[in-house]
Design a protein around this ligand. Structure first.
Ligand code: UD1
Length: 415
């Protein structure tokens, strides 16, 4: 198993360009399946989840060249709609291909992604949406098969604004006859970006970023090139790392309006944060103010993906902070690993009370999921001594080069 080693205590200072966004590129790659031709994406992060998505797309017939953050996909001939089972296990978000493959080939086959370390992760809303558009869903023990000779536009109301379900329905709607309306749609930046991509592809879609998205299907699509926006969660992770070390950083290549709630939270912690449209700077004297209540919520609320790095930050707070996790309760398990470094965190159901410490100390810890792994790196750069983060591949799923990035800011971190 890989180990990420961190020698703590070096203030992070300097400037860094942030990689492209994982959660933006994956659904956009899925959307490319809908166009019988070539799509080009730039600023694509070279991370494991992208390689996994490439593996799946190649399995269904897409021809791909990926080099230097530029991804060229030729989906001229896609006949097979079956997602290999090992890829579903490796990357739960492969489920977001269901709508696109169904739309393109009339049939999509996958297996249940199942629960994972951060929570149960059901897909009932995805399946309900596709059923309402005329898909027939059948299951034979391990596989789920969605078939539709003809998808039709529908009015779909989601019980919860699920990001993945909104993406799947949007992509199926591109191939459906007539108009689809998604009510209580997710409003996350990744949905806005997907809709901007679809618009560029020639799909009339309105309401992205609101709770009601309207999309007209069966339009002629066109060849598209699209630049993937910077990763707001990677940026937030590095801001947290700078804050615990008493550093000063300037991060570029991101769209800061997507980071409003996160920037607000850093300011509440006493960090000096300034920003322009595409850059954010943070200065900290190393003292972190406790925050009475951080509650995760669908966008524009505080993102659940930032909750773990924030827990690591608040472990250095000057009092008691309370975190309420409303999306993926399993994410509070990170507290056990932070405790090995001297953090004082009490977890009850979906709440964590974090009593900040002046110092944490290096320890051998385990990354239980992607964001927890990154959060342990945050805790470690501020800690005394060496931390070893045992990582069975989680961090590289979403962070292209956390080691080089933090090294370039003066951190001592290596695989
Ligand atoms: C996406 C992101 C993930 C982020 C999450 C919330 C990707 C690849 N992943 O995950 O990083 O943390 O959004 O912002 O973009 N739910 C149901 N039924 C469903 C679907 C979801 O009950 O059919 C529940 C989930 O259990 C969870 C909540 O809805 O409690 C949010 O899930 P969802 O928004 O779907 O997250 P993902 O798309 O899986």
């Amino acid at each position: 198993m890989d180990t990420l080693n961190v020698q703590g205590g070096y203030p992070l200072t300097g400037e860094l360009k942030i990689q492209g966004s994982k959660n933006t590129v994956l659904p956009v790659m899925a959307a490319a399946v809908l166009y019988k031709g070539v799509t080009m994406l730039t600023n694509v992060p070279m991370i494991q989840d992208v390689y996994c998505m490439i593996h799946i797309l190649e399995a269904v017939g897409v021809k791909i060249v990926f080099s230097d953050h530029c991804l060229v996909m030729d989906a001229s001939s896609v006949e097979n709609g079956e997602i290999p089972m090992e890829d579903v296990k490796r990357m739960r978000s492969s489920i977001m291909l269901l709508g696109a493959l169904l739309g393109r080939t009339g049939e999509a086959v996958t297996s249940y992604p199942g629960g994972c370390s951060i929570g149960l992760r059901p897909i009932n809303l995805h399946l309900k949406g596709l059923t309402e558009m005329g898909a027939e869903i059948s299951e034979d023990g391990t596989k789920i098969r969605a078939c539709a000779s003809r998808l039709k536009g529908a009015y779909i109301r989601l019980d919860f604004p699920s990001v993945g379900a909104t993406e799947n329905i949007l992509l199926a709607a591109v191939a459906a006859e007539g108009v689809t309306v998604i009510e209580n749609a997710a409003r996350e930046p990744e949905i806005i970006e997907l809709c901007l991509f679809l618009q560029k592809m020639g799909v009339p879609v309105r309401g992205a970023g609101t709770g009601r998205i309207k999309i007209e299907g069966k339009r002629e699509l066109r060849q598209t090139s699209y630049r993937i926006t910077g990763d707001r969660i990677v940026a937030g992770t590095y801001l947290a790392a700078a804050a615990v070390t008493g550093g000063q950083v300037r991060l570029t290549g991101i769209y800061t309006p997507y980071m409003a709630s996160v920037i607000r939270a850093f300011r509440e912690c006493g960090c000096d944060v300034t920003w322009g449209k595409e850059e954010v700077s943070l200065r900290s004297d190393g003292r972190v103010a406790a925050v009475p209540w951080v509650k995760t919520a669908p966008y524009p609320g505080f993102p659940t993906d930032m909750q773990s790095p924030f827990m690591a930050l608040l472990a250095y707070g000057n009092g008691v902070s309370m975190i309420e996790e409303t999306i993926f309760e399993g994410r509070l398990k990170l507290a056990e690993q932070l405790a090995k470094m001297g953090a004082d965190i009490r977890v009850e159901e979906n709440r964590a009370w974090v009593t900040g410490q002046k110092k944490l100390r290096g320890a051998l810890v385990e990354a239980g999921d992607l964001r927890a792994g990154a959060a342990l790196a945050v805790a470690a750069v501020g800690a005394e001594g060496r931390t070893r983060i045992a990582d069975p591949g989680y961090i590289r799923r979403g962070y292209e080069s956390i080691d080089w990035d933090l090294q370039s800011l003066g951190g001592r971190i290596w695989w």
